[in-house]
Design a protein around this ligand. Sequence first.
Ligand SMILES: [Zn+2]
Length: 100
Amino acid sequence: MPGSSPRGCSASPLLDNDRVILDPVSEEKPICSAKGCRAGAVWVLAWNNPKLHTPERRKTWLACEEHREHLSQFLGVRGFLKDVVPLAEWDADGESAADR
Ligand SMILES: [Zn+2]
């Protein structure tokens, strides 16, 4: 009697050596917030919309070197921009501080 049933034993029938891993680092790597930009973020733009947020509240956008000016200008003309901080410093500072 030829042994096993064809189904039930193979966990991953479609195992594929060529499988491409999409965005292997996307979980952790902060990406620029500019539309269509996939560059790594270098800057944190802290902003606040007084119509939506309490004054202490900080929303954040991330920006690469190239888009820092563009994004901060976008926020700046609306009077939303509060701070531009290097990502490294922002991390060191902790986000919880900005939340309360
Ligand atoms: Zn960018």
